[in-house]
Ligand binder design. Structure first.
Ligand SMILES: [Ca+2]
Ligand SMILES: [Ca+2]
Ligand SMILES: [Ca+2]
Ligand SMILES: [Ca+2]
Length: 622
């Protein structure tokens, strides 16, 4: 979100930047008098994608920086001229009686494996030559890869956590020389087997004219993110599409952003572009990609498109209309059919959603964010959205930061709020929640936790679909903080991703205070599940399946470690398959559980599913 910061207290700036800021300040007042005229080509009816460039990730140049500077980004403030702010903030104490704070028999998900360290600010300094805050952690998980992005760099891991490649997002998205870059988003779309990513770049020229920005969109050509991507952008003049977010449905790619003047805090509204998904997957020339640009909405701020996890063509989006009103937007149609429309926008009363106080932490407060919504996802008629919020937890008398998590039933017409949860605890601060539900409709939340006696740490919480409504208690430590955090920024969002190979497993990325070059932040990646649905040793079987089969869920190699290797010779081949064919169509027992290796979890029968699963590892070593 936002840019190299004038006004970001503890950062230091290059002299030309200070000069540019001074010029901006001198010219403010005139620079936004004619926003429509300044807004080219968006308001000229000519919104289109430019590109694509084909980018082969494994061929991206190795980056190695020389020198080091620091770069604290300024959060573009919530605009004060629009309805969402007028009548917006209400006393946080209005949540004090919320029953969701009461202890209930809910619990956080369990960790699978130990998790692993993600990108941190020292990686920024090594690759780009400066450190940046906040980190904006994101992650996406595909069949064989994990893709993490932080503010200006990206990394692709094997599922084991082994680092395959680290690169600058500037090189990946093709940011022009001289532009600043910010706000990465990445997701893996299991509906299409493709990865989608977005990014924003801009250049603030001296004076108030000739500023440019780009909204970058990247779509992988296969399910392998180290291979080829189609990389496009939408061009903006004088304006920046700030704090963008993407959502996908079966047939659409939707990107929504807050449009600000590049020079000033002036706000013009939310832009939402709806793109024919098949066109960008196919890599059609930008001018041929069918795209519908919905009318700019100055009465809205920070609209979050949902990541659609199960088949569906309706694109749901969420936004905070005011301090107690959630707006649920539904976009239908396709650009191809020429019938994209905002079919409905439903206002529903929610628990007070106001900006939280800073989170107290050992060695200094951290930024809990503001009142905007952060994340949204949809699965099987259920829409979830999340935000940091002011709250007074049960048993507390002080306003803290909480994780506000809302479930909407989109099968109802119009949609209704099914659950409205303010996750907090006395004396504690929680912030920056990111949300996903697994295939069993269990909820997983990545968030930041602090109190006055600990360094900022990464935690998870969540709930089972069968837990009592509006309950969510307890949290799981992902990574404790190491040191006092020393920047004025945290977040601006976190990430969560459902494992497409193991859909009862959700991967989380969290931020924690880590001793790094520049501002002290690091990220941590972890697998979590309510049903032993993750594959901690990355051998192709979930922890729960291995427990049933009788193999070691923590080891991929060794005696009775890998389900695909029944005779324990380190190789999966015909000798292993013969065990299965000898017990074909036999129930378990009498057939040994060691041979019941599919599906996941196993079905107490040795049959073609088991043979097919083993055959998928044929001739592989553990
Ligand atoms: Ca396993
Ligand atoms: Ca194993
Ligand atoms: Ca074998
Ligand atoms: Ca079986």
């Amino acid at each position: 979100m936002a840019r190299r910061g004038h006004g970001a207290g503890r950062s230091f700036h290059s002299f030309p930047l200070i000069l540019a800021v001074a010029l901006v300040v001198c010219s403010a007042g005139a620079s936004f008098a004619t926003p429509a005229a300044a807004n080219d080509p968006i308001d000229a009816g000519g919104v289109q994608l430019i590109g694509p460039r084909t980018v082969i990730v494994r061929d991206l140049p190795a980056a190695r920086a020389e020198g080091l500077s620091q770069n604290a980004r300024q959060r573009r403030p919530m605009p004060d001229q629009a309805p969402f702010q007028v009548n917006g903030d209400l006393p946080a104490v209005s949540n004090a009686s919320d029953s969701s704070f009461s202890a209930q028999p809910a619990s956080p998900p369990a960790l699978s494996g130990a998790g692993f360290e993600g990108l941190d600010n020292s990686d920024n300094s090594a690759l780009v030559g400066f450190t940046v805050t906040p980190p904006d952690p994101q992650l996406a998980v595909g069949p064989s890869h994990v893709f993490e992005m932080v503010n200006v760099i990206g990394r692709i891991y094997a599922r084991s956590g082994a680092v395959l490649q680290t690169f600058t997002l500037r090189s990946f998205f093709g940011v022009p020389a001289g532009y600043s870059d910010t706000d990465p988003k990445v997701l893996y779309d299991s509906l299409s087997g493709r990865w989608f990513a977005s990014y924003v770049s801009y250049i603030d020229q001296p004076g108030s004219v000739n500023d440019k920005a780009r909204l970058h969109l990247a779509i992988s050509q296969t399910s392998d993110p180290t291979g080829a991507w189609n990389v496009y952008f939408i061009s903006y003049s004088q304006l920046i599409p700030d704090y963008e977010a993407i959502g996908v449905t079966t047939d659409k790619l939707t990107v929504s952003s807050n449009v600000f003047d590049i020079d000033t805090p002036n706000y013009f509204g939310v832009d939402t572009q709806v793109i024919e998904k098949a066109d960008v997957i196919a890599g059609l020339p930008g001018a041929s990609v069918r795209l519908t640009s919905l009318p700019r909405r100055a009465d809205r701020f920070t609209v979050r498109p949902a990541h659609t996890l199960t088949s569906g063509s309706d694109q749901y989006l969420t936004t905070r209309a005011n301090g107690t009103t959630l707006t649920i937007i539904k976009i239908t149609g396709t650009p191809d059919a020429g019938n994209v429309v905002e079919a409905s926008a439903t206002n529903r009363t929610m628990l007070a959603q106001n900006a939280p106080p800073a989170s107290a932490a050992l060695g200094g407060n951290i930024d809990s964010g503001d009142s905007r919504l952060l994340d949204a996802m949809w699965r099987d008629g259920r829409l979830w959205t999340s935000a940091s919020a002011a709250c007074v937890p049960s048993g507390d008398s002080t306003t803290r930061s909480c994780g506000h998590v809302i479930e909407v039933d989109t099968n109802a017409t119009p949609p209704t709020i099914a659950q409205d949860i303010m996750f907090g605890a006395s004396g504690q601060y929680f912030s920056w929640p990111a949300v996903r539900t697994d295939a069993l409709a269990a909820l997983y939340v990545s968030l930041t936790h602090t109190n006055s006696t600990i360094f900022a740490e990464a935690r998870a919480t969540g709930r089972l679909a069968t837990d009592p409504a509006n309950t969510m208690t307890g949290s799981l430590l992902l990574r404790a903080g190491d040191i006092a955090h020393d920047s004025s920024r945290w977040g601006d969002y976190l990430g969560a991703a459902v494992d497409p190979a193991l859909p009862r497993c959700v991967w989380l990325v969290g931020e924690y205070a880590k001793n790094t070059a520049g501002w002290n932040w690091g990220t941590f990646l972890a697998r979590t599940s309510y049903s032993s649905g993750c594959d901690a040793d990355s051998d192709g079987w979930s922890d729960g399946a291995e427990a049933t089969i009788g193999t070691n869920p923590a080891l991929a190699c060794g005696t009775d470690a890998w389900p695909a290797d029944i005779n324990n010779d380190g190789l999966s081949d015909i000798f292993d398959i013969v065990f299965l064919t000898n017990n074909f169509a036999v129930s378990v027992p009498p057939a040994p559980s060691r041979q019941d290796i599919a599906p996941d979890p196993p079905d107490a029968m040795v049959d073609i599913f088991d043979i097919a699963k083993m055959a998928s590892f044929f001739a592989q070593h553990c």
